[in-house]
Design a protein around this ligand. Structure first.
Ligand code: GAP
Length: 465
């Protein structure tokens, strides 16, 4: 269900509102404007900001949390709830350390790393096109006095229990899918599922990235939404194609146009240690085409390895043919934070009006927008009925209330928050029982009866999540 805002019409305007005609529209060109809007409006900001921040960690504020929750809810709806052949779970972040030996992460989950002998910084050996922050005269890390490359394991370690012996070392999960594999037998039996079927979860993952960068794009703590779909070896290609198409549709549904979305198959030498085939779904960020989701054919790597390391048989017996086999796995793995970043970049539009004034408007699809409507009384004298309306609407929708400052400025604040509708009470509301509803993108205004506002908004906001 695509959302297409109306073209800007000459349309009806309340007399008190100035005529606003857009002369020029531009999309986001660099990241600075977006990073500053995200901090200012409370979408996303540096974690531990008052201590100077901590590299690779980010906090979501009130608007960012709503946006992210809406995105996760839509994924859960499409991938889990609408599918009789997918079960959703929620597992612990810390798993038995053998999990990560079996999965291959202890041995293979490494990036090549180099140190600079003079500035003492660390860089990824395959990404030396980053500025060296400690040496202003040297423009790039590649100009530093670098050591030979060595492998650096990206898993974050912690200690479980009171003792500090090597035996108590555990890892924060580097991908959310491993507990899906270790729980495969239990979940299949509990849910009485037959092959083919999938297990999905959304949750935090942690990687000690050498160079976190591009805002939240490469972080050390992030969320993944992963589906592991188990099938018979003869059906691998068919399910890979099925999930590739499903996931592309999902990104289109988020509002990403075909000019900003593409797929990129992995060459054999870039495949992860577990993958037999892989395809990235990429979004065109201001810093270039980058992966937001990976579709992988993991073969029987995970179930076979966990079977071997645990001594448990994770194969299944086909009830009809009695064939015993280890199922193959098709995985879809999307970064929640990366997709949020793509949603923010995609929504950002700067408009210049004919009079020279400008506004920034975040054109989220209404069903993903953090706030669905703002109730704005024209004057503080109208605060009481306006607050009553806001609290009625809150039973159905996420609604904001604001009676501070002039109405034009309040509209601009909601435009930056991406709120699709503003509901304004004026001095006629008491006599005619109507309010003005302004639509964010086209800025059209409609007079609507107070009693009908909830139904009007619900119909336009959509009920996808
Ligand atoms: N289980 C498979 C797996 O983890 P991946 O390609 O390493 O595959 C999947 O990661 C997705 O997780 C990526 O497409 C990306 O969206 C997200 N992701 C991975 N590393 C990330 C990081 N350091 N920061 C933010 N998101 C990350």
């Amino acid at each position: 269900m695509a959302y297409t805002p109306a073209a800007i019409p000459p349309g009806y305007r309340r007399e008190s509102m100035s005529e606003e005609r857009v002369a020029q529209q531009s999309r986001l060109t660099g990241m600075d404007e977006l990073v500053s809007l995200c901090a200012r409006r409370g979408f996303i900001f540096q974690s531990s900001e008052i201590y100077g921040g901590i590299n690779g960690f980010w906090d979501y504020g009130p608007l960012g949390t709503e946006l992210k929750n809406n995105l996760k809810a839509l994924w859960w709806q499409r991938v889990v709830r609408e599918r009789p052949d997918v079960e959703g779970i929620d597992t612990a972040i810390i798993a038995h350390p053998r999990t990560w030996e079996a999965s291959g992460h202890v041995e293979h989950f490494t990036d090549p790393m180099v140190d600079c002998r003079s500035c003492k910084r660390r860089f990824r050996a395959d990404q030396l096109d980053v500025p060296c922050p400690e040496a202003p005269k040297k423009r790039q890390a590649s100009d530093c006095d670098l050591t030979e490359a060595r492998n650096f394991n990206l898993m974050l370690q912690t200690q479980v229990g009171a003792s500090e012996e090597a035996a108590s070392i555990a890892y924060l999960r580097a991908e959310t899918c491993q507990p899906i594999f270790t729980g495969f037998k239990r979940v299949r039996e509990a849910a009485r599922q037959k092959i083919p079927f999938g297990i999905a979860q959304i949750g935090k993952a942690f990687r000690n990235e050498i160079n976190p960068r591009n805002f939240t794009f490469r972080s050390r703590e992030f969320e993944q939404a992963e589906l592991e779909f188990f099938c018979h070896p003869s059906e691998r290609e068919q399910w890979f194609a099925h999930w590739r198409d499903q996931r592309l549709d999902f990104h289109r549904e988020l509002g990403f146009g075909d000019d900003h979305l593409r797929t990129r198959p992995h060459a054999e030498d870039e495949l992860a240690h577990y993958a037999r085939a892989a395809l990235d779904i990429e979004y065109l960020f201001p810093f270039g085409w980058q992966e937001i989701e990976g579709i992988h054919d993991r073969g029987d790597w995970d179930l076979s390895r966990h079977g071997e390391y645990s001594g448990k048989d994770l194969g299944i017996t086909d009830p009809d043919t009695k064939e015993h086999y280890v199922p193959m796995v098709i995985e879809t793995s999307v970064g929640v934070d990366r997709t949020c970043l793509a949603l923010l970049a995609n929504a950002y539009v700067e408009e210049t009006f004919e009079g020279g004034e400008t506004r920034v408007v975040m054109r989220f699809h209404p069903s993903l927008a953090p706030l669905k409507a703002a109730v704005l009384p024209l004057s503080k004298k109208l605060a009481e009925p306006a607050q009553r309306l806001a609290s009625d609407l809150r039973k159905e929708l996420n609604v904001f209330y604001d009676d501070a400052g002039n109405i034009g400025r309040r509209y601009r604040r909601q435009d930056e928050a991406g709120t699709p509708f503003c509901v304004t009470l004026d001095f006629e509301t008491e006599s005619d029982g109507k309010v003005t509803v302004r639509e964010r993108d086209a800025m059209t205004q409609e007079r609507i009866s107070v009693d009908a506002v909830a139904a009007y908004l619900l119909a336009r906001v959509g009920d996808r999540v």
